[in-house]
Unconditional design. Structure first.
Length: 99
């Protein structure tokens, strides 16, 4: 299962959630050209997003909300809230920590 953290520029943990157990963009076949952020999340490694990438992620989430095979509504809501927390202050990063 992927854990998603908001970290400060110094590496301090600001907030964290666990992903939906079924969230696996690789196995779900997310189109990497259409969804370049979601499609490149590595469920087995770590992926770090800066604030510009987080803004793009929010756009992608709004588009895939209607597809429960990619992301559940509950997890999408939690990820949006965490992404907004990341954007509240400069020098914050959204980190996807894979297994």
């Amino acid at each position: 299962m992927i854990r998603i953290d908001v970290r400060s520029g110094k590496g301090d943990l600001v907030a964290s959630i666990a992903s939906d157990p079924g969230f696996d963009p690789v196995l779900s076949g997310v189109d990497r050209k259409k969804y370049p952020i979601l499609g490149h999340l590595d469920p087995y490694g770590d992926t770090v997003l800066n604030r510009l990438q987080v803004q793009s992620l929010l756009e992608e989430i709004s588009e895939v909300r209607s597809n429960p095979e990619i992301v559940s509504e509950e997890f999408a809501d939690a990820l949006v809230a965490l992404s907004r927390e990341c954007l509240l202050r400069p020098h914050r990063f959204l980190r996807f920590v894979g297994e």
